[in-house]
Write a protein that binds this ligand. Structure first.
Ligand code: ARG
Length: 412
């Protein structure tokens, strides 16, 4: 052995590994093309996959180490609940189930990378999606010193060539050319893309759904649930205290059984493309409807209207990968503050594809029966209405008088 010739230590790269095709191929491809050591990190945000099996496969493919990090509780408390407080729905419909999991996966990956002395992180996202942006902006914000690799963007293989690559190198990954949908799951929902869904005219085939039954096969009797909120956070179901994680799992099953939470939409991606997305978000849709409804009972009109506008900006921000940004932090302060009064109970009817609010109550309710009733007990001062309308309508009256006068002048 030549004592002069020291072996250069390999670069250590921590990869956000899912167990799917892209990241399985990425382990082998990065080793071969970058000559690096790959550490596979799988973050559990409630996706129903067998993550221990994924870990075993990562090592079989060649990862030097592999980890599963259970981040479900953090996901619920630090990611789902803030989104719920903001009723966050991208383009008014998508509860951001994929979008809000990415910053957390990035955070856990960065923590692991730094603790193991890795100098780079990697993800398996393609060049056409939003997730590459969400991952990389999160990496940049959390640990600007780490290098970022995106092998999927570089290798130039399409999906079927990836399957060939996996077969050629005997990589143990469950995907075959037959699996047509691209799926992403977290506790907050399931997203499906590709295959027959690529044509926006095609009705989603039943096999595109997994969490929800078709409303036509759902129970013929409704289920009623009572969801109690404290300061904007759901804390009890039917009078029984539950953890956020339990509540979301229960609602995913129960509302899913009633066919609730199916969303079929054309979505505007951050990268300029329109895509057809099919989501199943039973718990998210149920909880956001309940939460937003309770707000209508306890918030003043101007606050509520202002908040609804801000919610759209908040949803855009999450969609666009700016979770770790000063604007997001500032908006969270607003959402937390306005949610201080969102305490009470909402009664929902789950039936044939919809979750409908049928009752709401709160110790902080601003609803005053004495003001609204036409029956006895009316406390509204009827004499005030006339003066109010005079002042309220005055600007329009003045403008109209001037307009009419001008038209008269021209005609003359
Ligand atoms: N379009 C959604 C988003 O950008 C979901 C993407 C889900 N990914 C998938 N492979 N189906 O958040």
């Amino acid at each position: 052995m030549n004592p002069e010739k020291k072996s250069v230590p390999k670069e250590k790269v921590a990869l956000a590994y899912s167990g799917g095709l892209d990241t399985s191929v990425a382990i082998k491809w990065m080793q071969d093309n970058y000559g690096c050591e790959v550490i596979a990190v799988c973050v559990d945000v409630g996706q129903p996959d067998d993550l221990n099996d994924a870990m075993r496969r990562a090592r079989e493919i060649g990862a030097s180490r592999s980890f599963v990090i259970d981040a479900k509780k953090e996901f619920v408390e630090e990611y789902i609940f803030p989104s719920l407080k903001a009723n966050a729905l991208y383009e008014g419909r998508y509860p951001l189930s994929t979008a809000i999991s990415r910053p957390l996966i990035a955070k856990k990956l960065v923590e692991k990378a730094l603790s193991l002395g890795a100098t780079a992180v990697a993800h398996g996202c393609t060049a056409k999606g939003n997730d590459q942006v969400r991952f990389e902006v999160s990496f940049m914000s959390l640990a600007p010193e780490l290098k970022i690799y995106a092998p999927t963007r570089e290798w130039g293989m399409n999906r079927s060539e990836e399957v060939d690559y996996a077969e050629k190198h005997k990589l143990p990954c469950p995907v075959t050319k037959k699996s047509i949908y691209s799926i992403d799951e977290s506790l907050w929902g399931r997203a499906a893309e590709c295959g027959p869904l690529d044509d926006p005219w095609n009705e989603p085939p039943e096999d595109a759904f997994k969490w929800t039954s078709s409303p036509k096969d759902s129970p013929d009797k409704p289920d009623y649930v009572e969801i109690a909120f404290e300061k904007g956070i759901p804390v009890a179901l039917d009078g029984k205290k539950v953890t956020g994680l339990e509540l979301i799992k229960t609602l995913n099953e129960l509302a899913g059984k009633h066919g609730i939470g199916r969303i079929d939409m054309i979505e505007n991606r951050l990268v300029g493309i329109k895509s057809r997305e099919v989501y199943e978000c039973p718990a998210a849709v149920t909880l956001i409807s309940a939460h937003a409804d309770l707000e209508t009972l306890v918030m003043t009109k101007d606050l509520l209207h202002y908040k609804r506008k801000m919610e759209q900006d908040y949803a855009d921000l999450l969609y666009n990968g700016l979770w770790f940004s000063p604007l997001k932090e500032s908006m969270d302060a607003f959402m937390d503050y306005t949610n201080q009064h969102v305490t009470g109970t909402v009664r929902m009817k789950l039936f044939k594809g919809s979750a409908v609010v049928v009752g709401r109550k709160s110790p902080l309710s601003l609803y005053d029966e004495g003001l609204v009733t036409y029956q006895t007990g009316d406390v509204f001062d009827h004499t005030s209405a006339k003066g109010f309308i005079y002042v309220w309508g005055l600007p329009s009256k003045v403008a109209s008088v001037v307009k009419k006068k001008k038209a008269g002048d021209k005609g003359a």
